[in-house]
Write a protein that binds this ligand. Structure first.
Ligand SMILES: [Zn+2]
Length: 183
């Protein structure tokens, strides 16, 4: 019975930890040369971050880790879709994103970020967690202007509503509309 309770309480925690462990690469055991890793990113990834503007997305991340004797080069290739809110009609739409990033990992006394592309890991370190890097790259790939690629896919009724609302918002007769939930 105790065993059962133990499993019941621990399983969700364990699975969450394992999901995050998936992004930890034990590089010490890798041979000199190129190694390929593949990550399928979905909702559990986004939910594991306290703040992200979208909880839905599906991305593939291909990582080539090239290990040299004194440093490592990591090449990330990201591609997929993220659900974002359209600036025009406020509805969610699928934003395609794709990009490549490089990270040079050097070794030294303590962890430091020399630049966006160069980090230093303590020589005693044997693993690297790429989760945070992937998250930052996704953020860098998000466009500043977000909208349905095809304007005809926008919710036309909502656009009309928003248009009328902004036109009338200084008219006191429309004050009641200010509390309307547009979602
Ligand atoms: Zn739209």
């Amino acid at each position: 019975m105790n065993q059962k309770n133990y499993l019941y309480f621990c399983r969700p925690i364990l699975s969450r930890v394992n999901k995050q462990m998936d992004y930890i690469i034990p590089f010490k055991g890798l041979s000199i040369g190129s190694h390929l890793f593949n990550f399928e990113i979905g909702e559990t990834f986004f939910e594991s971050f306290d703040y992200f503007e979208s909880e839905r997305g599906k991305l593939t991340v291909n990582l080539e880790l090239v290990k040299e004797s004194a440093l490592m080069n990591l090449f990330f290739k990201l591609e997929g879709n993220i659900s974002l809110k359209c600036d025009r009609c406020l509805m969610m739409y699928n934003q395609h994103i794709a990009g490549e990033f490089m990270l040079i990992v050097k070794f030294g006394d303590a962890f430091t970020e020399e630049s966006d592309e160069v980090i230093v890991l303590p020589v005693t370190e044997s693993t690297i967690d790429v989760r945070q890097f992937i998250f930052e790259y996704i953020n860098l790939l998000l466009p500043i202007k977000r909208s349905h690629p095809d304007e005809t896919d926008c919710d036309q009724k909502m656009i009309e509503k928003l248009h009328n609302f902004s036109k009338q918002e200084t008219d006191p007769r429309w004050d009641g509309l200010k509390n309307i939930q547009l979602d």
